[in-house]
Design a protein around this ligand. Structure first.
Ligand SMILES: [Zn+2]
Length: 380
């Protein structure tokens, strides 16, 4: 078996020869949207410049460009054997990326619950099929720093239930419950260090039935005073904190003033747990847009108690369904309407099977190299 560095290197060499030019040829397949592009760029302005012909051609296809990208890369294989392949997969950085949506992790399987043994198996399944986790923020930044041949997967956990993150108190010390999602994740990370601590938690600070930063009032054994500690722990470990409103209001049913308050107070609560934390991702409760859709992306609210103006502005808005997402390098990628895959029953297995030919497969070229080469003119 080759070391991880080798496939990435080979892919780069093969690519350069495929373009029939010097190393500058690599920029021909540089993603349309790189780290050099502002992550909050509007979808309409994310069309690649003319200096990126491959991406531009792919962008001409109005839909399903993940499929198109695979086909075009495969056709490159037939004319000069200069296509990129790594770990047995055709490199495809315009392919699809699943953003998985989890709710409860518990004792049995259900529409909104994944049995915890099954959750462990899902991590293993993804790992073995060459997926590695990234956060939503990394997705929208195009920061997909994976070895050649591997694919990104985004985990999102909604509603901040104790089943996602609970503590056990032993001899006066707090331990992460190994049966909560965070405990399972940390154990998997310890056994597989290249499975990073990368997931996005869409939090509710003030919902009913213990949905308040992973539990309060003794619900499911979780003490109110542990809440902030949990949120801080996640941030310190590198997980992403995402806002899911104050108490999960259906934003379609409320006037703008309530929408602003619901969203701003979610941010405010995260800030009170992790001072200065920049919340970049917002998840729509129930997938429902406010009547004034722009308020899901940016807005402000004045706290009547303190007189303080709370301003929010997101780089990503998560919906609740819609299938695997486009690549951030696809000109049609829209960070403000990110679709997700709800995980229940066999949905994950089905989705992975469907993605087999259209999935994003990394080239192994570091994001920094991409940003540099993207600025060079293409020699075609
Ligand atoms: Zn929710």
């Amino acid at each position: 078996m080759m070391s991880r560095a080798q496939p990435a290197f080979l892919a780069l060499v093969v690519l350069a020869s495929a373009c029939g030019t010097s190393g500058e040829g690599t920029s021909a397949r540089v993603p349309a949207k790189t780290a050099a592009t502002a992550p909050d760029t509007q979808h309409a302005s994310a069309v690649p410049p003319a200096s990126e012909p491959l991406a531009t051609r792919l962008g001409d296809d109005a839909s399903n460009s993940g499929v198109t990208a695979t086909v075009r890369l495969a056709s490159a294989e037939s004319d000069s054997a200069g296509f990129q392949r790594a770990e047995g997969r055709v490199v495809n950085e315009l392919g699809r990326i699943p953003i998985l949506e989890y709710h409860l992790i518990g004792d049995s399987d259900g529409r909104w619950m994944v049995e915890r043994g099954r959750f462990r198996e899902q991590l293993k399944l993804l790992y073995e099929r060459g997926y590695r986790p990234i956060t939503v923020a990394e997705l929208v930044d195009g920061k997909i720093d994976l070895p050649a041949g591997q694919s990104p997967v985004v985990f999102t956990f909604d509603d901040a239930s104790p089943s996602q993150f609970s503590y056990l108190e032993r001899d006066g010390r707090l331990e992460v419950d190994p049966n909560s999602a965070v405990g399972i994740w940390l154990a998997f990370h310890a056994a597989h260090p290249d499975w990073g601590k990368k997931a996005t938690f869409c939090l509710l600070p003030g919902a009913a039935a213990g949905r308040s930063f992973f539990g309060d009032k003794g619900i499911e054994g979780q003490k109110t005073e542990w809440r902030m500690k949990k949120v801080r722990f996640l941030a310190e470990q590198g997980f992403e904190l995402c806002n899911h409103t104050l108490w999960h209001a259906n934003l379609a049913n409320y006037p703008d003033s309530v929408v602003r308050q619901q969203i701003a107070r979610g941010n405010l609560a995260i800030d009170s747990a992790v001072a200065g934390y920049h919340v970049r991702t917002f998840a729509l409760p129930l997938g429902m847009w406010p009547r004034n859709r722009a308020l899901a992306r940016a807005g402000s609210w004045r706290d009547p108690k303190s007189g303080r103006e709370v301003v929010y502005k997101y780089d990503a808005v998560l919906m609740v369904a819609g299938g695997p997402a486009r690549s951030p390098f696809d000109p049609l990628f829209d960070p403000y309407r990110l679709p997700r895959v709800q995980v229940y029953g066999n949905e994950l297995e089905k989705t992975l099977d469907q993605l087999e030919r259209t999935r994003y497969v990394a080239s192994g070229i570091a994001p920094n190299s991409r940003a540099r080469s993207a600025k060079r003119p293409v020699g075609h």
